[in-house]
Write a protein of this length. Structure first.
Length: 159
């Protein structure tokens, strides 16, 4: 299935979930609590989402390296693809997330999916982008939402 044949491209997921600049906290738990508390996404119950994300984080850090963490619940937490989202947060101060490369995290991309298939698709796409130096530089520069989405959409068009 091509990228334009499916719902929930990364650009759409981030557009739905939003960007949260200068998120404050000194631990992953504090950061996740602040991010989930700030979400502007309807139909998400903050307490159950936070519990699910922390449960997943307890199994293994979602810090993937390059200053990026991609926290997510292990199981679907929303009912339909139209409710899926990715929330991007830029942290006020880097946090030790026990990342694979040992680097402190300054960018968090929370993924919430409606199915295991959608979840894996989102993780795969995010992992692809996080391997791209241009994308990582945009995150480091904390570019505005429209600039980031434009970059992602352009890349998605070529898939």
């Amino acid at each position: 299935m091509g990228i334009d044949e499916r719902k929930g491209t990364l650009a759409e997921l981030i557009e739905r979930g939003g960007i949260y600049p200068n998120l404050q906290g000194t631990t992953p738990r504090e950061i996740l609590s602040a991010l989930i508390g700030a979400l502007k996404v309807p139909l998400v119950q903050g307490d159950s989402l936070l519990e699910a994300v922390l449960e997943r984080e307890a199994l293994m850090s979602t810090g993937i390296g390059k200053g990026i963490a991609i926290p997510h619940p292990r199981n679907p937490i929303v009912q339909s693809e139209s409710e899926e989202f990715a929330a991007l947060a830029f942290l006020d101060h880097p946090v030790d997330w026990k990342s694979l490369d040992g680097e402190r995290v300054d960018t968090v991309l929370l993924i919430v999916s409606a199915s295991a298939k959608g979840h894996l698709r989102s993780l795969s796409e995010i992992t692809f982008f996080c391997r791209q130096d241009d994308f990582c530089q945009l995150l480091k520069n904390r570019v505005p939402l429209d600039e980031l989405l434009s970059f992602i959409r352009e890349a998605e068009k070529n898939w």
